[in-house]
Design a protein around this ligand. Structure first.
Ligand code: SD4
Length: 338
């Protein structure tokens, strides 16, 4: 255990700055606004996703509907090469998507290694609502989606196909234990800025209930069949309506090994603030594998029941978007270990 008093001091010193439009505001306080909805999500593209979620929240809609609607935005965006349509494929050139959703009753649904479906989050929701199961994968998940009326589509855009073909030239299809290590420097990934992006979203609605969603095309050029943290309840996403919710982005293997999002929620239950909880989850990864941690990115994002939020990442560069009644377009630069 780390010394808690020292830890809090270090955390407040590391306070993140808030970017609102182009304006840099003072220290990020994560101030709660009582009985007021809020939605937070990973990375810069979370701003557009939050705006869609806000349409539900502002009319006193349910957090579950808000997060589903919200993450539809990056899922359908061909320019986002890390989520849904337009996502970078696996090393075989196939776009396989992972997603999960969790509500305020502890219900959850998930799909992994799913192909050809534009909105995997909605298939995950159907798994939650229409089956006795939590998770469907691969061909079974696709069959279920088609039975539910989802359309089969091609998710590989010409841009992502081109990037994959470039990658093939140097990678020669060699299996790599952690391809994302090699891709960590964006300069090594031709034409692609988004080698570390996944959308994780958590919302608190006007009734004070929480839900979350996480959706991704996963690690670029992964082995076919590889599943990351994003569709794993407890790793990529966890919601406990008594306490709060958490989600993650980055190298999924390390998040799964530490059951990251569940850990963040349990730390908040013990009294950690969202940022402190995210920091401790990051520190677990760093303490266990300091050499690996130097080369990878993992970021956690959390929202508690009071509407306080925070994030923490291993590396610089992680950002998250916040939307509440005061400002629908806040972008927060997360504090990080390095
Ligand atoms: C994965 N966590 O598949 C996802 C990828 C990601 O930032 O979030 N990248 O491991």
């Amino acid at each position: 255990m780390i010394n808690r008093r020292k830890f809090i001091a270090a955390t407040s010193l590391a306070g993140a700055s808030v970017l609102s439009g182009s304006k840099v505001m003072a220290e990020f306080p994560g101030t709660p606004i009582k009985n007021s909805p809020i939605v937070i999500s990973t990375w810069d593209f979370g701003i557009a996703a939050n705006a869609a979620a806000w349409q539900v929240l502002k009319d006193k809609g349910r957090a579950l509907d808000a997060v589903e609607k919200g993450v539809h935005v990056p899922e359908a965006d061909p320019n986002n090469q890390s989520v849904g349509y337009g996502g970078l494929p696996d090393r075989d050139g196939r776009v396989t998507v992972d997603a999960c959703i969790m509500d305020d009753f502890g219900n959850c649904g998930s799909v992994a290694a799913l192909e050809h479906i534009l909105h995997p989050i909605s298939v995950a929701r159907r798994v939650m609502e229409k089956t006795p199961h939590v998770m469907l994968v691969g061909a079974g998940a696709l069959q279920f989606a088609l039975d539910q009326g989802f359309k089969k589509e091609n998710l590989l855009t010409p841009e992502s196909e081109k990037a994959w073909k470039e990658w093939l030239k140097t990678a020669k299809y060699n299996p790599e234990i952690n391809v994302e290590n090699r891709l960590f420097s964006p300069a090594k990934l031709p034409g692609n800025q988004y080698n570390h992006d996944t959308i994780g979203m958590i919302a608190l609605d006007a009734a004070g209930n929480l839900s979350g969603a996480c959706t991704t095309s996963g690690m670029a050029y992964k082995m076919h069949g590889r599943v990351g943290d994003s569709p794993i309840i407890g790793a990529g996403l966890y919601i406990d309506n008594e306490v709060g919710g958490a989600t993650s982005t980055g190298v999924g293997e390390e998040v799964i090994r530490n059951v990251g999002s569940f850990l963040v929620v349990e730390l908040m239950r013990q009294g950690y603030s969202p940022e402190e909880a995210c920091k401790e989850a990051v520190m677990r990864i760093i303490r266990k594998k300091p050499d690996t941690a130097k080369q990878i990115q993992v970021g956690f994002l959390a929202l508690n029941k009071k509407g306080q939020y925070g994030g923490f990442a291993i590396q610089k560069g992680f950002s998250f978007a916040v939307c509440d009644q005061n400002d629908q377009k806040q972008l927060v630069k997360s504090p990080s270990y390095y």
